[in-house]
Design a protein around this ligand. Structure first.
Ligand code: AMP
Ligand code: MN
Ligand code: MN
Ligand code: MN
Length: 289
């Protein structure tokens, strides 16, 4: 069983439409795939229909933009009820913050000698409910300002780069409560990518489990070193929570390590995850209600 529980489609900053992503998951030899677009549920229906047509397991997900002490933290929600009002309203608030940020980033880029129109960015975010920096990066590539998304982030759009503009994100502890309030399971995505190990130390992850109902951590992720993966597995084991593994696939344009199935979740962990969703009355694999 090969299980990949973190992927993106054109509903956010991925390069494949939801149904195409499912076909690619089948071609990559996966048995189960979850779609986890940033701050939006809109691809789930299409992906789920494609998965049942192609005979691959499918789990509904979302990757929420959250923050702790001003640092960005991504939270995966599995099996959430997309119609639950509080979570839906909060995701709308995050997406509104994304919309408002785009013109501010374009003003920065213009000031840096790289003018772009909103229409140029919109052309790369045609199907996206969640517009983001990768779409701005795509428009920069098209203009010849940078070679690829990576260079756009490294030079201009990254968190400490000159065209960066902050946006609204949900406080992490509230986001966990919202996911659980929508009958879902809350797993921190790539907790130690970039500077994360300092921002989310083990003692804080421990507190999130004990006091706020965090259900798991994504241990195996292309951004984590083997030592970080081992430490997260061991922490999850001590805390009795899930340690998942996934590729965080965004499309073939991304770095090689992020290909579908490049990191996977153990079947026994997946079974526990599905049992938790069922306990909470959330959306079980392959189902739309
Ligand atoms: P945003 O959601 O608009 O804040 O943009 C963050 C997204 O940009 C992440 O979800 C990644 O998919 C992508 N990203 C972050 N860093 C890089 C990078 N160095 N190269 C390419 N994409 C990146
Ligand atoms: Mn992304
Ligand atoms: Mn992420
Ligand atoms: Mn992701």
């Amino acid at each position: 069983m090969r299980i990949d529980l973190h992927t993106h489609s054109t509903v956010s900053d991925g390069l494949d439409a939801p149904a195409d992503l499912i076909a690619l998951a089948v071609a990559a030899g996966l048995d189960v795939v979850a779609l986890t677009d940033h701050d939006a549920f809109d691809g789930l229906e299409q992906a789920c229909a494609a998965a049942s047509a192609l005979g691959i397991g499918f789990l509904s997900g979302v990757e929420m933009s959250t923050e702790r002490d001003g640092h960005s933290v991504h939270l995966l929600g599995y099996g959430c009820d997309p119609d639950e009002a509080e979570l839906a309203a909060e995701l709308r608030r995050i997406r509104d913050g994304r919309e408002h940020r785009t013109p501010a980033m374009l003003a920065r880029l213009a000031g840096l000698g790289m003018p772009l129109t909103e229409a140029e960015v919109a052309a790369f975010a045609e199907d996206a409910s969640s517009i983001g920096r990768p779409h701005v990066a795509d428009a920069m590539v098209a203009r010849g300002y940078v070679r690829d998304r990576d260079e756009a982030f490294a030079k201009w759009l990254g968190d400490d780069r000159p065209a960066y503009v902050n946006r609204y994100a949900t406080p992490l502890e509230r986001a966990i409560a919202l996911v659980r309030g929508a009958s879902g399971v809350a797993v921190i995505a790539h907790p130690w990518s970039r500077r994360g190990r300092h921002e989310l130390p083990e003692r804080y992850l421990t507190e999130l489990v004990a006091d706020h109902g965090l259900d798991g951590v994504e241990a195996d992720h292309p951004d984590h070193t083997p030592a970080e993966r081992a430490a997260l597995h061991s922490l999850a084991g001590r805390l009795g929570v899930l340690a998942t593994g996934s590729s965080d696939y965004h499309g073939a344009g991304k770095k090689a390590g992020f290909s579908l199935g490049s990191c996977t979740t153990e079947p026994a962990v997946y079974e526990r995850l599905v049992a938790l969703i069922a306990d909470r009355g959330g959306r079980r694999p392959g189902l739309l209600d």
